[in-house]
Write a protein that binds this ligand. Structure first.
Ligand code: BES
Ligand code: MN
Ligand code: ZN
Length: 482
C-alpha cells in the first residue's frame, strides 16, 4: 500500500473514502455539504465511543466516522487500533484510496499510529494460498491529511510498519520454507539493499569451529544447516556506543528428545520471532538512515530429533568456556543465545539487548500485553523500558537475583539449562543468559514468548506480530538523538 502525507483537505484529494475520528464531547471539525457529518453524530448513528463506526456519502465520497473516545485516554496504540478498525471496514467497502483526516493537535507518535495501524492491518500472509494472489479488495493507497506537514512522521511510520510486516512474514512462513538458510538470505538481501550494512553468514562447520558448543548441541539434532547471522550497520555519521542486538531464531522447536506435546507444536514455527524482530529492526533502521552503530547476531537452527540429537544429561562446552548439562533439550533457546551473546561481546557490543521467545512461563505471567524484561544495569533498563513505552511495545520487569542465579548451577557441570523443579522458568532462563552477558556490558533480555504471535489486536489478530521491531527502532532512535 502506498502511503503519503498531504496538507490538502480530504475533500479535495482523490480519495474515495475519508476517515474522520471524533473524540468524546467534540464536534466534527471540517464538515461537508452543510453539516452532513455532524448530523450523523447528532442522530446517534455515529458515536464517539472508542472504535464505533458509521458511514455516509457526501460530496462524491464515502465518509467514515470513527469514535476515538476520551481525548485524555487517547494514545498511539488507540490510533493504531482505530486505524485498523477503519481499514477492515474499507476492505469490506472496496475502498481504493483512503484518506485519514488527522484530528487536531496530535503528537508525532499518535499521528504515526494511524499510519502504523493501517499498514499493519493491511498485512496478509498469502504465499501458500492458491488462487488470486493480488489482494483485489485491499485499498491501494493511504493519504494522511493534516493542516501541518506530517511528511517526516508519516514516512517514518510507514517504513517501520512495513519492516514490522516483513518480520511477520518471516514468522508466518513455515519451518520447511523458512529454514535458517532462508532467514540468512533475508539478512544478505538487506545487506545488498543498504550501503552501510554488511552481513556474514556461517554454518555448522564454523559454529563448531568457533567453539559454540551450546549452539552446536541444539543444531546437532537436525540435518538442516544452522546459521549464525551477523549484520553490521555502520553509517559514516554514526556516533555513540556500538549497540548489540541478539535474537533467538529457532525456526522450529519440537522440544528435541524432551519432546513437546503435539497439541500446539505447530506454533513453534514462531520460535524464530526474536531473530526475526532483530532483522526487521535492522531493515527499518537502515531505511531511516539512523546515525547509530549496530551489530546484530542472530542464532538460527531447528530444534528437532535426528539420530544424533543432544540427549538429556549430555554435557557441552559453550564458547565462553562454561560447561552446561543439557537436562532438558526443550530449554534450547538459552543454549543458542548464550553463545550468541558471547559472540556479540567479542564483536565489540557495548550495549546488549536480546530478544527471544524463551519461556512458556512468561506467557502465563504476562499474557499478550507485556513482554518480560530483565536487565543487569539500571540505566540501560531505563533506556530499554522507555523505548518500549515510546513504541507501544510494553515491557514488565522481572528480577535477577543471586538466589535465582544459584538455581542454574549444574550438578555435574558449571550450569544446567533447566533446574529440576518447575519454578520461575522465565527467571532461570534470564539468569542462565546472565552468565553469558556478564556484568561488564549493560544487557537487557526480552522474553517475547507471549507477545510474539497471536496478539489478538485489531492490527495483528493472529500469526506473527512483529513484536520488537518498533521497540528496537525506538532504541536506536534514542541513541541517534543523544
Ligand atoms: N520456545 C519455547 C518457549 C515458548 C513456549 C515460546 C510457549 C512460545 C510459547 C522454549 O524453547 C521452551 O520450550 N521453553 C521451556 C523451558 C523449560 C523446559 C525450562 C518452557 O518454557 O517450558
Ligand atoms: Mn524449547
Ligand atoms: Zn524454543
Amino acid at each position: 500500500m502506498l502511503v503519503r502525507a498531504t496538507t490538502t483537505a480530504p475533500i479535495d484529494t482523490a480519495a474515495d473514502t475519508v476517515a474522520i475520528g471524533v473524540f468524546d464531547g467534540k464536534r466534527v471539525a471540517h464538515d461537508v455539504e452543510g453539516g452532513a457529518l455532524q448530523r450523523l453524530l447528532d442522530s446517534g448513528e455515529a458515536q464517539t465511543s472508542f472504535r464505533h463506526l458509521a458511514q455516509t456519502h457526501a460530496a462524491g465520497k464515502r465518509w467514515i466516522l470513527v469514535g476515538l473516545g476520551d481525548r485524555d485516554r487517547f494514545d498511539a496504540e488507540r490510533a493504531r487500533v482505530a486505524a485498523a478498525t477503519v481499514y477492515a471496514r474499507c476492505r469490506d467497502l472496496g475502498t481504493t484510496v483512503l484518506c485519514w483526516e488527522l484530528p487536531h493537535r496530535l503528537d508525532d507518535d499518535q499521528a504515526g499510529g494511524f499510519v502504523e495501524g493501517t499498514v499493519l492491518a493491511s498485512y496478509r500472509f498469502t504465499a501458500f494460498k492458491s488462487g488470486a494472489k493480488d489482494d483485489a479488495a485491499a485499498p491501494a493507497e493511504l493519504l494522511v491529511s493534516d493542516h501541518e506537514s506530517r511528511v517526516v512522521t508519516v514516512d517514518r511510520a510507514a517504513v517501520v510498519a512495513r519492516a514490522q510486516n516483513a518480520t511477520r512474514e518471516l514468522q508466518d512462513r513455515p519451518a520447511n520454507d523458512l529454514t535458517p538458510t532462508a532467514l540468512a538470505e533475508f539478512a544478505l538481501t538487506l545487506a545488498d539493499a543498504h550501503d552501510h550494512i554488511t552481513a556474514r553468514v556461517e554454518g555448522r562447520a564454523e559454529i563448531v569451529a568457533r567453539g559454540m558448543g551450546a549452539f552446536a548441541a541444539v543444531a546437532q539434532g537436525t540435518d538442516v544447516e544452522p546459521a549464525l547471522i551477523v549484520l553490521r550497520y555502520e553509517p559514516p555519521d554514526a556516533t555513540g556506543p556500538l549497540l548489540g542486538f541478539v535474537g533467538k531464531a529457532v525456526t522450529h522447536d519440537t522440544g528435541g528428545l524432551s519432546i513437546k506435546p503435539a497439541g500446539s507444536m505447530h506454533r513453534m514455527k514462531f520460535d524464530m520471532s526474536g531473530g526475526g524482530a532483530v532483522l526487521g529492526a535492522m531493515q527499518a533502521i537502515a531505511a531511516l538512515a539512523l546515525p547509530v552503530r549496530i551489530v546484530a547476531v542472530v542464532g538460527s537452527t531447528e530444534n528437532t530429533i535426528n539420530g544424533s540429537a543432544v540427549k538429556p544429561g549430555d554435557i557441552v562446552r559453550a564458547m565462553n568456556g562454561l560447561t552446561i548439562e543439557v537436562d532438558n533439550t526443550d530449554a534450547e533457546g538459552r543454549l543458542v543465545l548464550g553463545d550468541c551473546l558471547t559472540h556479540a561481546i567479542e564483536l565489540g557490543a557495548e550495549r546488549l539487548v536480546d530478544v527471544a521467545t524463551l519461556t512458556g512461563g512468561v506467557v502465563t505471567a504476562l499474557g499478550s500485553t507485556y513482554a518480560g524484561v530483565f536487565a543487569n544495569d539500571e540505566r540501560w533498563f531505563d533506556v530499554v523500558q522507555a523505548a518500549g513505552a515510546r513504541s507501544g511495545e510494553r515491557l514488565w520487569r522481572l528480577p535477577l537475583d543471586p538466589e535465582y542465579a544459584d538455581r542454574v548451577k549444574g550438578r555435574y557441570a558449571d550450569l544446567t539449562n533447566s533446574p529440576e523443579d518447575k519454578k520461575a522458568h522465565p527467571i532461570s532462563g534470564a539468569e542462565f543468559l546472565h552468565r553469558f552477558a556478564g556484568d561488564d556490558v549493560p544487557w537487557a533480555h526480552l522474553d517475547i514468548a507471549g507477545v510474539g504471535y497471536d496478539l489478538g489486536k485489531p492490527w495483528a489478530p493472529k500469526g506473527g506480530s512483529g513484536f520488537g521491531v518498533r521497540l528496537l527502532v525506538a532504541l536506536a532512535q534514542a541513541h541517534a538523538a543523544a
